[in-house]
Design a binder for this molecule. Structure first.
Ligand SMILES: [Zn+2]
Length: 212
């Protein structure tokens, strides 16, 4: 089936099925406005759809997606800060109580760190610059475990990307303030859709621990 036809057909299935069943929920979300309790930063990867893998309901999640689930540091310069705008909206306007950064296995953005120079296309491509946010993790694994399988090195970088995003979230003044007074909690998660395993960062052990 043509990919666009598949999507319009999918909309009709939604309209005649789930929407009909949950019409009251959708109407309430429009009439009363959204008030998600959780914002989630995820990768744009087509295989890891947060709504599906976490079985969320409409109105549950304010989702921010980009390449490699990265949050940049809070910077006031420049003009078009898509991810920072969404973080600010979630925290200052929606007043979410939690932000989850959801990393994932087999992330193409993370794998691009291991490409040879020039392999990712144009010299002025956006990807290398964006992935520079987590380049220190790449340099660290290449420096400390150069002979390890790529999958192992990539896994460490995927988890480091989650940690970098959590650290950068704390550079947003309103995030820092709300974390300090307990109104906001930050969470680092990593999911592998091949083994269907979810790991959650435990600040006490400073490791990602499997969720039963
Ligand atoms: Zn990814």
């Amino acid at each position: 089936m043509d990919p666009i036809d598949k999507l319009t057909a999918g909309f009709k299935v939604f309209r005649d099925g789930r929407f009909k069943e949950q019409r009251a929920t959708y109407e309430a979300l429009v009439d009363q406005g959204q008030s998600p309790k959780v914002a989630l930063v995820a990768c744009s990867d087509s295989r890891v759809d947060p709504g599906i893998v976490l079985q969320a309901d409409p109105g549950d999640l304010f989702i921010i997606r980009n390449v490699a689930n990265l949050v940049p540091p809070c910077e006031r310069g420049g003009r078009f800060h898509g991810t920072s705008t969404a973080v600010e909206f979630a925290v200052d306007h929606l007043e979410v109580g939690h932000i989850i950064v959801l990393g994932h296995a087999h992330c193409g953005g993370i794998r691009s760190l291991f490409d040879s120079p020039g392999e990712s296309g144009r010299d002025d491509s956006f990807v290398p610059s964006w992935m520079g946010l987590v380049r220190s993790a790449y340099l660290r694994v290449e420096g400390t475990m150069p002979e390890a399988p790529l999958e192992d090195k990539a896994r460490i970088c995927e988890q480091s990307a989650v940690m970098v995003s959590l650290e950068n979230l704390m550079t947003f003044p309103s995030v820092r303030e709300r974390v300090a007074d307990g109104r906001l909690r930050l969470h680092g998660w990593h999911i592998d859709i091949r083994s269907c395993a979810l790991q959650v960062y435990d600040p006490a052990s400073q490791h990602f621990e499997a969720v039963g």
